[in-house]
Design a protein around this ligand. Structure first.
Ligand code: MN
Length: 262
């Protein structure tokens, strides 16, 4: 089997639909929920769409807009430069990272039962090991995606952020989970929630381990993913390419997955 033959087969399976393309992005617009940091920290403003022309006197035959949006809005990519621990990687910004890593195998860990019972649920290293015992080892160069059933909440900012007593309650990884996955040499980690860390991860040691440790090791993050229940535990190919913003710390993306039909 040569790479050329494999791609020829893949091409025909994409055309026939035997390989399906799954949309892993949430809608991006003025009502897209965004993370809300407490004072004194600054926040990302809501997405704004400004009309340049709309088949009118400003452009009679064409319609186009310009956008006002944060790098970390909606379904988005966290580059290593997003966190202070990853600030010095020469290839850690959206315009310098190696694109070979942006397409790769996806491991989808289903935590939806646990997170339905406990919104603060943490996936631990032991949880990942148990998943590997059932589905196979997490391979170097792959992505790990935490499936939680959280994405339908994206329609409502209150439900999505799930703040009670001034604390957001949403699932994520434990410190030892992130350490374990870095040891497995993964490319990145993704979740369905507003960020790659759990809502309460500011209380961890270190705080925000998905951000702190992944970016410290030049790995990537994906947030606000959708439709992970349409992916098999193993066997999907993730495509997650940020815009080539110069010196960007992240970017909204149309995350996609290739999956075998059925
Ligand atoms: Mn982010």
């Amino acid at each position: 089997m040569t790479a050329g033959n494999t791609l020829t087969q893949l091409a025909s399976m994409l055309v026939s639909g035997d390989v399906e393309v799954i949309d892993l992005a949430v809608p991006l617009g003025p009502t897209t929920p965004l993370i809300k940091l407490p004072p004194p920290f600054k926040n990302t403003p809501a997405v704004k769409v400004h009309t340049i022309s709309n088949y009118d006197d400003d452009g009679p035959f064409w319609s186009w807009n310009w956008l006002e949006l944060g790098e970390h809005s909606g379904t988005h990519f966290d580059a290593p430069h997003h966190w202070i621990t990853g600030r010095d990687f020469a290839d850690g910004a959206t315009d310098t990272l190696p694109v070979q890593k942006l397409v790769g195998p996806a491991n989808v860990i289903d935590c939806s039962e646990a997170t339905a019972a406990d919104p603060d649920f943490l996936l631990t290293a032991d949880g990942v090991r148990a998943w590997e015992a059932e589905h196979g080892e997490i391979e170097a160069g792959s992505w790990v995606l935490m499936r939680t059933g959280w994405h339908p909440r994206n329609r409502s900012e209150a439900e999505f952020l799930n703040v009670t007593d001034n604390m957001p309650h949403s699932p994520g990884p434990s410190v030892d989970c992130v350490e374990y996955l870095i040891g497995k040499d993964i490319v990145g980690w993704g979740t369905e929630c507003v960020g790659t860390d759990a809502g309460i991860a500011g209380t961890f040691d270190p705080p925000y381990p998905a951000h702190n440790l992944l970016h410290k090791n030049n790995r990537y993050g994906l947030a606000s993913l959708a439709n992970l229940e349409k992916l098999p535990p193993k066997g999907a190919i993730l495509i997650a390419a940020p815009l080539k913003f110069v010196d960007g710390t992240g970017s909204p993306i149309r995350a996609l997955a290739l999956v075998p039909k059925g």
